[in-house]
Design a protein around this ligand. Structure first.
Ligand code: FMN
Length: 403
């Protein structure tokens, strides 16, 4: 049976949650599934805003038919051509052969590449700034290239200030009846999962995000309706999300504190960073976080790297170089364009290798990174003799935090 919920009298959520999926994009761990949002607008004309993933196709079609209540579908607006939002375009076309597909040139190019659909007569191409009159509501299209993929666009409902933001403002999150952030644990899970989603999905494209935020400047935004996770209608939540998007996209840290990422086979490097963390805590640093990179998902590490101002990287030498999981974490963060961070190093060698040199080489651009303190070098296990150099690093980090 259908399962829909009214957003307003004329906007109906017709999405669903896939609770069996464990990895989004077959990469990112999901705690309790993933929601795929889609919306039906009932006006003089009817519109469907995006479709959903193939995993929820069955209920999705029931939802659309129920929401339309026997009416025809005039428009399908395609904000993003990724398969988790487009897997049902062909099904919609089969059910409503005359529906107009609203998208831009790149949308239609990707549609033809992904699916064997040849329906040029159905295309309703739009550019940034174009509008679509539905009756009481008018949608204005805002191009948002690379706010994930190149074809992405947002639409803005002029009458009520509702922003349909594609993957923007999404999160790794199921929806369990409560659709709105003000019905959910906003300060806990939603904030955390919104950042993890932003960093891993959109984080690389900070400058594009900033361009779109500029286009939205001055527009009243009374509701944000993303394609994943909760809808934002609470004014404080809306401002929080827009402020965070500006901060994350500018690669500005969210907090002045220390994140410590370490690798360790036999516990000695862990012992060294544990001592560093205790010294930092004793010197007054709060909200320290320490992660073993071997058993923490990289998507969480990326999210934390976006949050913290200071990052300590600690790795043993391994086969003459950096432990490969540490190498992967650093390279992924740099691929996502992490910058504007203060970095410190710690290494452990039993006989020698290039671990430190390799880590230093990744952060040598002074425009993007500042190296804090002298690297701590452990020989196999931590000794009392190492205490002064660990303490010196803690002092340098504290001085940098207080600068
Ligand atoms: C497979 C393997 C390869 C290693 N390669 C090196 C190496 O190239 N150079 C080195 O100095 N130590 C090497 N080590 C020793 C580690 O650096 C050693 O585990 C470390 O000094 C102790 O830190 P841990 O207890 O945090 O693992 C290797 C260890 C393992 C298990």
């Amino acid at each position: 049976m259908h399962n829909t919920r009214k957003i307003t009298d004329d906007i109906i959520w017709v999405g669903a949650t896939d609770r069996q999926v464990q990895l989004f994009e077959n990469l990112f761990p999901l705690a309790h599934g993933m929601s795929y949002n889609s919306y039906v607008l009932l006006d003089e004309k009817t519109a469907l805003l995006d479709t959903v993933d193939s995993s929820i196709s069955d209920i999705y079609m029931e939802n659309i038919l129920h929401a339309l209540g026997g009416r025809e579908l005039d428009y399908l607006i395609i904000h993003h051509m990724e398969p988790d939002h487009c897997a049902n375009i062909e099904a919609v076309l089969r059910r409503f052969p005359d529906v107009k597909l609203v998208g831009n040139k790149t949308t239609f190019k990707f549609l033809e590449q992904f699916y064997d659909v040849h329906v040029k007569d159905n295309y309703h191409p739009v550019k940034g700034g174009d509008t679509l009159e539905l009756g009481k509501r008018t949608l204005k299209f805002i191009m948002a290239p690379n706010v994930h993929w190149p074809e992405v666009m947002f639409s803005y409902d002029i009458s009520d200030g509702f922003l349909f933001s594609a993957d923007g403002f999404g999160s790794f999150s199921p929806l369990d009846g409560n659709l709105f952030s003000d019905e959910l644990d906003f300060d806990g899970r939603i904030k955390e999962e919104s950042r993890r989603y932003f960093v891993n999905i959109i984080g690389k494209f900070g400058s594009n995000v900033l361009k779109v935020l500029k286009k939205l400047n001055g527009l009243p935004i009374n509701m944000i309706l993303p394609l994943h996770g909760p809808i934002f209608r609470d004014k404080e939540h809306i401002s929080y999300m827009i402020d965070r998007y500006r901060q994350w996209a500018s690669y500005e840290p969210e907090q002045e504190s220390v994140l410590i990422l370490f690798g360790s086979m036999y516990g000695n490097t862990e012992n060294a960073v544990g001592n560093l963390a205790t010294m930092l805590a004793e010197k007054g640093v709060k909200n320290l976080r320490l992660y073993d990179i071997s058993n923490t998902d990289p998507s969480l590490l990326m999210s934390e790297m976006w949050s913290y101002s200071h990052i300590v990287l600690a790795s043993p030498n391994y086969n003459g170089d950096l432990m490969y999981k540490m190498d992967t974490v650093i390279r992924e963060a740099l691929r996502l364009n992490l910058q504007n961070r203060k970095i410190s190093f710690m290494t452990n060698a039993t006989w020698g290798g290039a671990a430190l040199k390799t880590m230093e080489s990744y952060f040598e651009d002074p425009k993007h990174f500042e190296i804090v303190g002298e690297p701590v070098k452990i020989s196999s296990s931590v000794k009392v003799d190492n205490v002064p150099e660990i303490e010196a690093l803690a002092d340098a980090i504290v001085a940098s935090l207080n600068a």
